[in-house]
Design a protein around this ligand. Structure first.
Ligand SMILES: Cc1ncc(COP(=O)(O)O)c(C=O)c1O
Length: 462
């Protein structure tokens, strides 16, 4: 039977294999009637990945890598094989790129931030729309006297004005090292910022740090086509299991510019106490502090294979259809007087955006409904969504209309010199929302999830 959805989104039919995956690999979702809408925070665990990983751990003796003993050598083989599988998944040339395993995307970003040669003649340029783990790099830049510049995003779509970005990129006569960081997909609004910016920036002398954490779970990142200098990501966001493993994919030439601020076990060829010297290991090892998560790493290869078997393009197509449908229906909800039930922050079509949709509910008189109340009601309805600012303060400030002046007057009150709780902050910007509601679609989302969410949203209608 043709439904309004299937008429509007005919390409969804080609993604039916994901319904079978949902039934076989995520049986709890439907058994528990759980509406999971928090994929941007993390994917759910596919059962076959756990089974395959447990079988590997049961059937092999794996020891701490970096030795020639058989248990160690086998673990090393798996770690190196996983490294190659990551390069292969992203179509990255091993002569050009290497993979550094980290605990998560944040650690990958920190590796760049703490080692990038920022100085007084350089610049750190970043978009308002960034996760705090990218924002935090500004503190490394500032500590070295380096200029930090933010490029704003503009309502209603929360995209960057291309001409403005270009003028920042072209103002490049300063001479020092210059790093430009942005998310391939916003974890706040779902906006996909153009990957064309990578070449645009590199041609003007910038190194580019692409935060791909929210992008790679549902989009193809082809590193033969787009060649950022650094890419950060967390694997649990892509395929749910294992947690505790991410990576920095780095161009070898860019990595050579970094200066690690210390050395640690695993990162050196030689370190001496009496000689007071250390020699950093070449390549990825020089950046992997201590023992890698060698028992979890083989599961990353299984996860990548899992996504490849399904097809990242199939996942992308499904999420795109569902996102379009969700935005259309949420945007159409009206109170009886005609006022909108929800105000969506970000693009109102499925084009150049991912499956993350952020908004606030409003009552019939146009007053925002506190996002904490929305989360409570969603919890009671067995819907997992997320509220707050999602560690993306720039996105939140623009969406919610919180100005720099308001923030500065709040932060400069004497009692807020060193300490500010979220409650203090709420009082400070009295009358405005300090957060929003985010629903995000992913790997095995389906039409029923969207329908359940829209039914929930309709309970706010008056
Ligand atoms: C765009 C983006 N960047 C970075 C991160 C940080 O990821 P992690 O907490 O796994 O380090 C997140 C997590 O939500 C994210 O969405």
């Amino acid at each position: 039977m043709q439904t309004a959805f299937s008429r509007s989104y005919p390409t969804y039919a080609a993604t039916r294999a994901l319904d079978d995956r949902r039934a076989s690999d995520f049986p709890l979702l439907d058994a528990l009637g759980h509406v999971y809408l928090d994929y941007t925070a993390g994917n759910l665990v596919p059962h076959p990945l756990v089974d395959r990983h447990m079988a590997l751990l049961r059937d092999h003796l794996l020891g701490n890598p970096h030795s020639t003993n058989p248990a160690s050598a086998l673990a090393t083989t798996y770690v190196e094989q996983t490294r190659l599988s990551v390069l292969d998944f992203f179509n990255a040339d091993p002569d050009e790129y290497l993979v550094i395993f980290t605990a998560n995307a944040t650690q990958a970003l920190k590796l760049v931030g703490e080692a990038y040669p920022f100085d007084a003649s350089g610049e750190y340029l970043l978009t308002f729309d960034n996760h705090n783990s990218v924002n935090g790099i500004r503190e490394f830049a500032r500590a070295k006297g380096c200029l930090t510049t933010y490029v704003p995003i503009v309502l209603p779509d929360m995209r960057v004005n291309d001409a403005e970005l270009l003028s920042h990129l072209e103002r490049g006569a300063r001479g020092g090292y210059r790093l430009f960081a942005y998310p391939a997909q916003s974890n706040f609004s779902g906006v996909q910022h153009p990957l064309d910016w990578i070449t645009l920036a590199q041609e003007r002398g910038w190194d580019v740090l692409l935060d791909a954490a929210a992008f790679t779970p549902t989009n193809r990142l082809d590193l033969a086509r787009w060649r950022p200098d650094f890419v950060s990501q967390s694997f649990y966001k892509m395929f749910g299991y294992p947690t505790g493993v991410g990576c920095l994919v780095a161009r070898r030439s860019a990595l050579a510019k970094l200066h690690r601020p210390w050395f640690a076990g695993g990162t050196i060829t030689v370190a001496s106490v009496q000689g007071d010297r250390f020699y950093l290991a070449e390549g990825a090892s020089g950046f992997e502090d201590g023992t890698p998560n060698y028992l979890a790493l083989p599961a990353v290869e299984f996860g990548l294979q899992y996504l490849s078997e399904i097809g990242i393009d199939t996942i992308h197509a499904r999420v795109r259809c569902l996102t379009g449908w969700l935005i259309e229906r949420l945007g159409a909800l009206r109170h009886t007087g005609g006022a909108p039930v929800a105000r969506i922050y970000g693009p109102r079509t499925d084009s150049r955006r991912g499956g993350t949709v952020t908004f606030n509910f409003y009552d019939a008189e146009g007053r925002a409904i506190d996002h904490r109340d929305v989360e409570e009601r969603a919890n009671a309805a067995n819907i997992s969504l997320r509220t707050g600012c999602f560690c993306n303060p720039g996105g939140g400030e623009i969406a919610l209309g919180i100005t720099g002046t308001e923030l500065s007057s709040c932060f400069h009150q004497p009692e807020h010199e060193t300490h500010l709780t979220i409650e203090d902050f709420r009082l400070c910007i009295d009358g405005k929302s300090t957060g929003a509601v985010r629903v995000s679609l992913g790997l095995v989302s389906n039409v029923a999830d969207v329908d359940a969410f829209i039914a929930f949203a309709a309970t706010f209608q008056r």
